[in-house]
Design a protein around this ligand. Structure first.
Ligand code: NAP
Length: 303
C-alpha cells in the first residue's frame, strides 16, 4: 500500500512551481500531483514542462483557479496543497477558490503562494502584491485549514538584474534608499523550493511560518558582495531616507501607467524599512539544505 502523502502543486508550470516540483521529486517522500490549465497544452514552453513532469512520474490534473468546479476533483485525495501562482487578478480570488475546495476535500495543509518578506507585519498599502498575500492569509486563517507559510525574503536570483531596483547596471550604479545599514533577507529560488519540499510534511510547522534566508546583508554589504563576486565596481548613489522613499511611492503611484513603475520600490520599502524583516530565521531546521549566499550565487551564475 502507498503510504506517501500526496502533494498538489498549483502553478506547476510557473517559474517557482517548476522548481518546487523538482525539489519534491528529488526528496522523494511524497506523491506529486500537478495542476495544469488545459490551455497550458498549447503553450510550447509548458508542453515541455508537462512532458518532463510526466516523465518523472508526476500525476497531472487539469484545473483552473477561476473555475471552482474544476478544483474539487483536483483536490480529491490530496494531503497538502502548495500554491505557487503569480501576482495577478487570479492571486486572491483563485487562491480563495482553492482554499474552499481544499477545505471541502479534507486537505490537511495549505501552503499559499507567499515566498516573500514577512508580509504579516506590513500594513495594507505598503505593497500592492503583498496586500494580496495578506488577504489570502486572512481567508486561510478563517477557513480553519492548517497552513504553513514560506517566507524567504527577496529572491536572490534578482540580485544584479533590473528586477532589483538597487542595480542600475546601465549606469554602473548601485542606488539605494535608507542608510544602507538595515539587514535584508535573500534566498535563491532553488533553495526556497527545497525548503518547501521539507515544509510540506514537517509536523512542527502546523499553522506556522517557515522563515529562511540564504543570506542576510545590508544594502552596503550587498553592493560589496556583488562587486567581489563579479569584479564589477559600482558607483554608490544614496537616494534618500526611508521616509523619502515612502513619499516617492505615494507621489508615483497615482500617476503610474503600470505597477512596474513603483512596485519594485514598494518591495524595497518593505525591506529597507525593516518592516518585512524575517525575525525567526530557521535554516538550521534542515541541515541537509545548504542555502547559497549572495557571493556564492553570483559566482555560480554566468553574468
Ligand atoms: N520574494 C521574491 O523576491 C519573489 C520574486 C518573484 C516571485 N515571487 C513569488 O513567487 C510566487 C510564484 O511566482 P512565479 O513568478 O513563479 O509565478 P509565474 O511564473 O507567473 O507562474 C504562475 C503560475 O500560475 C499559473 N496560473 C495562472 N493563472 C492560473 C489559473 N487561472 N489557474 C491555474 N493556474 C494558473 C500559471 O499557469 P500557466 O503556465 O498555465 O499560465 C503558472 O503555472 C509568487 O507568490 C510570487 O509573488 C517572489
Amino acid at each position: 500500500m502507498d503510504t506517501k502523502p500526496t502533494v498538489l502543486v498549483v502553478g506547476s508550470t510557473g517559474m517557482l512551481g517548476t522548481k518546487i516540483i523538482t525539489a519534491l521529486l528529488d526528496k522523494g517522500t511524497t506523491n506529486v500531483r500537478a495542476m495544469v490549465r488545459s490551455s497550458s497544452d498549447s503553450d510550447e514552453k509548458n508542453r515541455e514542462k508537462i512532458d518532463n513532469m510526466k516523465a518523472r512520474g508526476v500525476s497531472l490534473v487539469e484545473g483552473d483557479l477561476m473555475n471552482p468546479e474544476t478544483l474539487l476533483q483536483v483536490c480529491e485525495g490530496v494531503d497538502v496543497v502548495v500554491s505557487a501562482v503569480g501576482n495577478n487578478q487570479v492571486t486572491v480570488p483563485g487562491q480563495k477558490n482553492l482554499i474552499d475546495a481544499a477545505k471541502q476535500q479534507g486537505v490537511k495543509r495549505f501552503i499559499p503562494s507567499d515566498y516573500s518578506v514577512d508580509y504579516r507585519k506590513l500594513d495594507y498599502g505598503d505593497n500592492d502584491n503583498l496586500d494580496m498575500r495578506k488577504q489570502v492569509f486572512e481567508y486561510l486563517q478563517q477557513s480553519g485549514l492548517e497552513y504553513t507559510l514560506i517566507l524567504n525574503g527577496a529572491f536572490m536570483d534578482n540580485v544584479g538584474t533590473p528586477y532589483m531596483p538597487q542595480f542600475d547596471l546601465e549606469h554602473n550604479t548601485f542606488q539605494y534608499w535608507g542608510d544602507g545599514e538595515t539587514p535584508l533577507d535573500f534566498t535563491t529560488t532553488d533553495d526556497t523550493a527545497k525548503y518547501v519540499a521539507e515544509a510540506v510534511s514537517d509536523p512542527e510547522l502546523a499553522n506556522k511560518a517557515l522563515e529562511v534566508a540564504g543570506d542576510v546583508l545590508t544594502a552596503k554589504q550587498l553592493k560589496a558582495a556583488y562587486e567581489e563576486a563579479t569584479g564589477n565596481t559600482l558607483e554608490e548613489k544614496p537616494l534618500g531616507s526611508v521616509e523619502e522613499l515612502k513619499a516617492w511611492i505615494a507621489t508615483k503611484k497615482p500617476s503610474a501607467s503600470s505597477p512596474v513603475e513603483y512596485v519594485p520600490q514598494q518591495y524595497e520599502y518593505t525591506m529597507v524599512s525593516g518592516k518585512g524583516k524575517l525575525d525567526n530565521i530557521q535554516n538550521d531546521r534542515y541541515p541537509n539544505i545548504k542555502p547559497l549566499t549572495v557571493r556564492e550565487y553570483l559566482q555560480k551564475t554566468p553574468s
